[in-house]
Ligand binder design. Structure first.
Ligand SMILES: Cc1cc2nc3c(=O)[nH]c(=O)nc-3n(C[C@H](O)[C@H](O)[C@H](O)COP(=O)(O)O)c2cc1C
Length: 327
C-alpha cells in the first residue's frame, strides 16, 4: 500500500480549499446536478463547472446561462470559461460572479478542434500573448481569484507550462491546474506526472495535479511524487462520487471508508437523474444521462447486460425499473 500523506488545505485568494481535492471540469458531466451530488456524497474542497463559452454568453445564449446552475450547496465553486476574446472573457467573468461563482477558471486545456480553431482552450498553449491578455482582462474584471487549467503544451517537445505559468502569475493568476498531457494527446497515452513537479517549481501559486487518478492511493502518490498542492479527479469520478469521498478521507486520515452498497449506488443514480430532470425536463435529462447512469452500477452482477437497455430508456420510470432489476 502507498504511504499515506497528511495533506494541508491550499488557498485560492480568500478561499480555503479543504480537503485539497477538486472535481475536474467535464463538459456534459459536471453540470449543477452532478456537482450537487458530488458535494453531498464526496465533499471535495472545490467543484468546477463544465466549460462555458464566453462567445455564447455574450450573444445571450439561454443554454449557456443555464450552465451556471449555481445553488448554495456548491461552494466553493469555480466557473470555467473559455474564449480568446479578452472583452468577452471579462464580461462573462462578471456574469459568473454575479451568478455566485467564487473563482473564475480559464480553460487553456481543451484540445477539441471546435474550441481550438477559435484560438481558445489549448490553442493558448502556443499563443502565450493571447493567454496573458485574456488572463489579465479577467483578473481586472472581477475581484474573485482567477485560476488557469492547462495542458503541458501543444505538442511533444514544446513544453509550455513552466514559462507560461510564470507569465500568467505576473498577470495575476492565483492557481494552476495541470492536466499532465500535451494537447495533441487528447486523452491517449499516460499523464506524465513529472510535468506537474515542473510547473510547481516554476510558480509560487498553488498547483493542482490532474491526470489518471483512479484511486485514492493514486492521489496520494501524485502528491508525494510531484509536491502538488491539490489533486483534481475527472473521469474516474463519473458515476462514482464515492471516489471523491474516499480520496478526501484517505488523504486526511489514511483510512478508506466502506464501499457503497448496490442500493446506495442505485439511489445516487436516481437522485442524479431526478435532479437533472428538475433542471432540464424529464425527456432531455434521460437522454443526457443514459450513457452515464451505467457507471453507477459498474461491476455489479448483470450490469453489463442492463447497460444496453438503460441507454435506450426514455423516461425516469423505465430507468428506475431497470436499475432495480439488479437488486
Ligand atoms: C467527457 C470529458 C469532458 C471534459 N471537459 C472538460 C472541460 O469542460 N474543461 C476542462 O478543462 N477539461 C475537461 N476535460 C478534461 C478533464 O477535466 C481532465 O483534465 C482529464 O479528463 C484528465 O483527468 P482524469 O484522468 O482524472 O480524467 C474533460 C474530460 C472528459 C473525459
Amino acid at each position: 500500500m502507498e504511504q499515506f500523506v497528511s495533506v494541508r488545505p491550499y488557498k485560492v485568494g480568500s478561499h480555503t480549499i479543504s480537503p485539497p481535492v477538486v472535481l475536474a471540469p467535464m463538459a456534459d458531466i459536471t453540470n449543477g446536478s452532478f456537482r450537487r451530488l458530488v458535494k453531498k456524497i464526496g465533499c471535495p474542497g472545490l467543484l468546477v463547472t463544465e466549460l462555458i463559452s464566453t462567445t455564447a454568453l455574450h450573444h445571450g445564449s439561454k443554454r449557456s446561462m443555464e450552465m451556471f446552475d449555481i445553488t448554495p450547496d456548491q461552494h466553493p465553486l469555480a466557473v470555467q470559461l473559455f474564449g480568446s476574446d479578452a472583452d468577452f472573457m471579462a464580461e462573462a467573468a462578471r456574469m459568473a460572479v454575479g451568478e455566485g461563482a467564487d473563482i473564475i477558471d480559464i480553460n487553456m486545456g481543451c484540445w477539441v478542434p471546435k474550441v481550438c480553431k477559435t484560438g481558445a482552450g489549448a490553442a493558448m498553449m502556443r499563443d502565450e500573448d493571447t493567454a496573458c491578455r485574456v488572463t489579465a482582462a479577467v483578473v481586472r474584471a472581477v475581484k474573485a481569484p482567477v485560476t488557469v487549467k492547462m495542458r503541458a503544451g501543444w505538442d511533444y517537445g514544446h513544453l509550455a507550462t513552466a514559462g507560461l505559468a510564470a507569465r500568467l502569475e505576473q498577470e495575476g493568476a492565483a492557481a494552476f491546474a495541470l492536466h499532465a498531457r500535451y494537447a495533441v494527446q487528447g486523452h491517449t497515452g499516460n499523464a506524465d506526472w513529472r510535468l506537474i513537479a515542473g510547473i510547481k517549481a516554476a510558480t509560487t501559486c498553488p498547483v493542482i495535479g490532474n491526470g489518471d487518478i483512479h484511486t485514492p492511493l493514486d492521489a496520494a502518490r501524485m502528491m508525494q511524487e510531484t509536491g502538488c498542492d491539490g489533486v483534481m479527479i475527472g473521469r474516474a469520478a463519473i458515476g462514482n462520487p464515492w471516489l471523491i469521498r474516499d480520496t478526501c478521507c484517505y488523504l486526511q486520515t489514511g483510512l478508506l471508508p466502506d464501499s457503497p452498497s448496490l442500493a446506495e449506488r442505485i439511489e445516487a443514480a436516481m437522485e442524479h437523474l431526478c435532479d437533472l430532470a428538475g433542471v432540464m425536463g424529464e425527456e432531455r435529462a434521460v437522454r443526457h444521462l443514459r450513457g452515464q447512469l451505467p457507471y453507477y452500477i459498474k461491476g455489479a452482477a448483470g450490469a453489463a447486460r442492463l447497460r444496453e437497455r438503460i441507454v435506450q430508456a426514455w423516461n425516469i420510470e423505465q430507468v428506475c425499473a431497470l436499475l432495480n432489476e439488479l437488486l
